[in-house]
Structures are given as structure tokens and as C-alpha cells.
Design a protein around this ligand. Sequence first.
Ligand SMILES: [Zn+2]
Length: 467
Amino acid sequence: MATLTFHGAAQEVTGSCHLLESPAIGRVLLDCGMRQGGDALRRIQGEGFPFEPASIDAVILSHVHLDHSGLLPTLVHHGFTGPIYCTGASKGLLRVLLEDASGLYHRDLEHENLRRKRSGRPLIEEEYTEKDVEKVLKLCETSPYRTPMKIGSATTLTFHDAGHILGSAIVELVLEEKGKSRRLVFSGDLGKPDSVLMNDPAVLHEADVVMMESTYGNRNHRTMDNTVEQLEQILHETWERGGNVMIPSFAVGRSQEIIYHLGCLYHAGKLDDWQVFLDSPMAIEVTQVYDHWLNILDSEDVRCLSKFGRESLQSFLPTLKLTNSSEESMAINKIKKGAIIIAGSGMCTGGRIRHHFKHRIWNDKNTVIFIGFQAYGTLGRRLVDGEKKFRMFGEEFMASARMETLGGFSAHAGQSELISWLLEFKNQPRVILVHGEASAQDALSLKLWEEHGIRADIPALGESIVF
Ligand SMILES: [Zn+2]
């Protein structure tokens, strides 16, 4: 018998954390993510584990996005000492993400405690230290894709490529108990089949229980072909106007994809004379990790790099400049025209993109290209929705630049892709939907039932399922 308890990403899209308990495996967490939204401080301080961290035997990490990995340092701080199973590429990215998150968290904590000291209020104790991040990395035990690994007393763990971001995995667990074996497949986040650099999500055929994400359970994405054409056209029009392009971008995945697309345009002679800046220390580090792991990325796209004699994403786009220091970043402001600036944060809630907005968003020759999801309430979303006047750095701005959204970029499978992936399983496994807003999950489960006769469970937070 095994029990799954859903401690996050249950009828919501963040905070992925599921507790699997069985004599064959012990007490194991599938992901240990943080809820997102709010500032770095509230995200961490607000969380408390509904289980004793020291009682957990191991963690299996599907991929490094913070909504799947962000509470690992807190778990370690509160007594967890077991192995953290992940792919090698995930371990490489985990260092970059957790160190960045820790920097933001400790900066915010220091500010908050200074305010509290001034007003005589009790101080907030830190939920984890920088040393805990080091400990997390030391606990990582890595395994390549498609390589079974024995864990617990009688369980086999195999990672399969989920095609979502570098190192992302579908987790397959076979639990042996009293001569019977049960197979649990956890999709993690599934990638979009036609995205560049990523392989298509691995197709599996056998499972007793499938726990699948459902982020885009209620809609499909546009195809990539149109998106690349649209990108080319937007760039060309902005070039003709003598303007610049700003691309707010997430550091992991999206930045590398856009560099690849720009590289393809460059080699096809379609990039005019744009200078491209990757203006984000974190995205630069992540790009280096991608370059280190090119061998596990989509072989056709990687072949395209080598066709042009390039061995890294960075060199694939010869006009790419990496601007690490703030001096280098500020030097971009002097460029009058012909600069494509890729900078974080992806939803314009912070980071260097706001400084570039300050210098360029009021100029109607310039263009802002959105390539990622913009959550409600963020500056990115307000601009996408057509808001013209906004405040930033205590000043009022007029968003006169052109606002463009490219719909084909998504790191998640759309509705029909999720269904196709699920239909590959034979023998009708039990289906559990996680990691989706209630409306997306309802739409997906309705479609699964009406068109395929598949009944899906949609567990609530804290609910358990026995199998
Ligand atoms: Zn993800």
C-alpha cells in the first residue's frame, strides 16, 4: 500500500510538494517547491511544513524551477538530511537558482529587520542560511535519464526527459511490495513538443498511477512557426524605425530559447545589424550551464549549432554581448539604436529590465516584446493589457513604445498535448491532476471524461490518495 498526500500544487500552480509513503520507499517528497507571488521574504516566512522535515527519508526533484525546489534550503535548515535525487543538469542549475533566491531573501530579511529594530518590534528569525544552500547541493545524488536507480528498501527510480527546461524530469517509481509491483509516474512539468533546444517529453506506456501537471489544461498554444515569423517581422519594423527592442525574460529556458532563435535568424542573414545584450547575471550563468549540457538537449537543434561551427549558445549568436556588471549594463543606455536587450525580470516586477524601461519605454521608436506569461497585477501584465501611464522608481512614465506579445513561447504542454501524452499509457492507469488552477483542471478533466472515458482525480490541498 502507498499513500500520496498533496501538500502543494493542489488546485493551484505553485508550491509543488507531494509526500509519498510506502514500506517500499519510506517517506519521500516529490518536489519541495515554494508558493510564488509576493516578495522573497513573505514567500519563505509564510511557509511551514505540515510534516516533520527530519522524518523525511529523501526528496525526488522533478526540475529546478523554484515552485518545485525553492523550499529545499528551509527543509534542510529544519532537520532534513537525506538524499535529494535529481538529474545532473538539475544539480548544475539548482546552484544558480538557489543562490540567487537566497541573495534576494537575505537582502529583504535584513531590510525588514532593520525596520523592526527602528520601531522596537521583534525581529524575524531566518528560515535558512547560505550554508543550508551548500548543504542542499551536497545532498544531491544525480542520475541520468533512462537509468534505473535503486532507492529505499524496494523501489526503482528512473528519470525521463520532460522537455520543460534543462534537466527537467518525468519521475517513474516502481514500488515492490509482497511480490507485487506498483508503478507511479509523476509528470513534473511537461514541455511543449515543438519548442527549441528541448526534446519532446518522453512518452511512457506503463503505469498504475499517473500524476500529471495541468497548467494549460484549458487551452492550446500557437505554433512556433508563426511565432518566429512574427519575431522576424517585429525586429525588422523596429530596425526600420531606428529603434531598440527590450525583451523581459525569465533567466531559465526562455532566455536561452530566444538566443537560439536570434542565432538562427543571424545565420539565415535575417538579423540586420542588431547588437544583442543578455543583461542578466543570472541568465548568463544559466546559459553557461545549458552550454555545459548541450549533449542532453534536442540533438537536431544542437546539430544546427555545430553546422555553423559553434559549440555553445553564446557563440552561436556572434553579436551577443553578456553584460554582467552594472557598469556594463548602464553602458547600454548610450546606444541610440539597434540594440536588442534581454533582461529580467520576466514579468517586469524588478531587475534590470525596469532600468531599460526608464531609458526607452517612453520613446515610440522602441519595441517591448513579451515572450512569457504575465501574471495578473504585474507591470508586465498591465503593459500587455494596454495601460499607458505607470509609475516606477517614484516617477510617472508613458509607455509609448510598441508592445508585442509572442504567443508561441511556452515551457508547458497545451491541453491537447497533455491528453496525447496521457493516452500513450496502456491499461488505463489511475489519473491524478496536479499543478493547475481549478478552472484549467476542470476543463481538462471534463475533456478526458467526455472524449476518452478517463476519470481524473483532482485532489485538494492536504488530501491523501491511497493506491
Ligand atoms: Zn516548471
